[in-house]
Design a protein around this ligand. Sequence first.
Ligand code: AMP
Length: 293
Amino acid sequence: MELIYTLEWMQQVARQGRAEGSLIGLVPTMGALHEGHLSLIRAAQQQCRPVVVSLFVNPKQFGPHEDLEKYPRQMDADRALLERLQVSYLFAPTAAEMYPDGFRTYVNVEGLSDWLEGRSRPGHFRGVSTVVLKLFEIVQPHFAYFGRKDAQQARVIRQMVRDLNIDTGVVVCPIVREADGLAVSSRNAYLKGQERRAATVLYRALDTARQEISRGERDAARLVALVQNAMAAEPLASTDYVEIVDADTFEPVERLRRSCLVLLAVFVGSTRLLDNLLIEEDENKKGSLLISL
Ligand code: AMP
């Protein structure tokens, strides 16, 4: 594996890769790598060569009172892990080079960026779409891999790619979970003592919804109430939002139809966690739904 710090060197490698006809895959991360990241890397390695993993804790996507300073950083462990996976390139630019003095240009995916995560974290998606566009420009990937755990982020990126005619395919991969159902996340490291056990409530609440949907429940308000009640049973958790949205428009729906997401954002202690349930029409069996946790 080659470790690349500078934008110029990365651009040179990317230009050469495109010229040679290689299929470049990119997995953007903020490091503190875990099984979720590894699943994206494996998906990339099945389709592309070379695979570039970027590691950049992007200051522009953190609000002024968020966890930028304490976000876990473990470059040496991440690097060793990527070596073992035989990743081709680790691209770890500096903030000073990504955002030099005088930086002024931002990408804003209107509407989609403004509610749910965008309402709770103003400016977050503007930071995400800006850094992802920069990474796409620098790495020139044919395919880029994102996790469904951050479903709204994946949707925002897909919209940006469509609107700006970017020559990169967006691949969204399933959620990787711990044995007890908790979605793997770098922020799980913040969970102290009883909070780790309490955090499984997100999975349990979504699983309750999953069971009701498979029994035939289609009413969104009743399903939201069910998830809220399941969350309320855990005193260490406080729900930021539960919403059922159309997976394409991200607008709330009244009844489950086509492709929907049950989106959940929760504080466990001071740690903010996300999870979701995907409901899709089964293409092989008209009228029945596929439900993915
Ligand atoms: P992050 O380093 O948290 O910015 O995440 C980098 C990528 O990994 C994003 O596309 C995330 O959606 C994805 N990711 C994070 N956690 C998981 C998970 N548990 N399962 C699948 N993908 C994940």
